[in-house]
Ligand binder design. Structure first.
Ligand SMILES: *Cc1c(COP(=O)(O)O)cnc(C)c1O
Length: 330
């Protein structure tokens, strides 16, 4: 499979690429399919994850524009915010993180919030309702102080960020021959799935790209992924290619308990991966996506299929006080 047939775009060497693709023999046998994992938890920047690939493009643009501060937003245990803080540190920028929820101390909360503090990021607390407004106000306040902020959207999910996952699909198809019939991933702000869908268009990949929604209803996420995929394609000079929401595959069954709510399904998926493969998945995203994969496999949907589970990272959240004690309930 050739590299993406588009002109390259400036990006920083933030990620250690290619990330490994590994066969999971014991999980494969247990689930009755041929299961591989794409290790984007190993992108290498401050415990890694999918946001590193997006930030490689986004932070390059920030530097080009002469920015001195990266501003973004997320939940208290946001992996995106932690990777943004690390990217900022590496490139001599400041990071301001607008986090939704009750103010917490890094030492008590642990996980990503502790890492944000270690990485030197400044945190602005806000409520979920006021998050968008607070983000805009934060950028304006920084400008008024004479700083040059660069605003990164939630999850790094815009056309430029999503582009990184078109590249990532080319990387995977280069590593795995024959290509997988199904790719399963955790999907939330939609940029990762959108990039994969855009890459599939460009490369003629016709396998299934199934997003397990972590929080949003399927119809909303399908719409968002389709729009982002088209925006990414346009960014790559292919505005002739279109993506309809109905072509985006999303399963929202497992999102019902709500964002970041650790249920028996995630606990089972986390312990299965840990004990059968020595593989760690996270409580919010990849644990939920793997729980969805396991459930679908048990219902016979994936029987005998060649499947890639795209590990998008998030493992520092295993050590968050919000999740760690709940991993051991039965
Ligand atoms: C952000 C994140 C996702 C979701 O990626 P989107 O591009 O926002 O859909 C999945 N897994 C982990 C671990 C994440 O941090």
């Amino acid at each position: 499979m050739p590299p993406l047939p588009v002109r390259p775009w400036p990006h920083l060497p933030l990620a250690a690429l290619p990330t490994p693709v590994q066969f999971l023999p014991r999980l494969s046998q247990t689930l009755g399919l041929e299961l591989w994992v794409k290790r984007d938890d190993l992108t290498g920047l401050a415990f890694g994850g999918n946001k590193t690939r997006k930030l490689a493009y986004l932070v390059a643009e920030a530097l080009q524009q002469g920015a001195d501060t990266l501003v973004t937003a997320g939940a208290a245990q946001s992996n995106h915010c932690r990777q943004t803080a690390a990217a900022a540190a590496q490139w001599g920028l400041r990071a301001v993180l607008v986090l939704a929820g009750e103010p917490q101390s890094p030492a008590e909360a642990g996980g990503n919030l502790a890492l944000d503090a270690l990485l030197g990021a400044q945190v602005v607390w806000t409520s979920w309702d006021e998050r968008d407004q607070r983000l805009v106000e934060t950028v304006e306040a920084l400008r008024a102080e004479g700083r040059r902020p660069y605003l990164i959207p939630y999850g790094g999910s815009n056309a430029l960020g999503a582009r990184a996952y078109a590249d990532a699909l080319a990387e995977l198809l280069d590593q795995l021959d024959p290509a997988p019939e199904v790719i399963v991933l955790a999907s939330s702000s939609g940029g990762t799935q959108a990039g994969l869908v855009a890459g599939a268009r460009l490369l003629g990949y016709t396998g299934i790209i199934l997003g397990i929604s972590v929080d949003q209803p399927a119809h909303a996420l399908q719409k968002r992924v389709a729009a982002l995929a088209e925006a990414a394609l346009a960014h790559m000079g292919r505005s002739d290619l279109t993506v309809h929401p109905s072509e985006v595959l999303v399963d929202d069954t497992y999102a019902q308990p709500g964002y970041g709510v650790l249920t028996a399904a995630e606990r089972e998926a986390i312990t299965l991966a840990a004990r059968l493969e020595g593989l760690l998945v996270d409580p919010v995203y990849t644990g939920r996506a793997l729980a969805g994969l396991v459930d679908r496999a048990r219902r016979g949907h994936l029987f005998g299929r060649r499947v890639v589970f795209w590990h998008t990272g998030g493992t520092p959240a295993l050590f968050a006080q919000k999740y760690l004690p709940n991993l051991f309930h039965s």
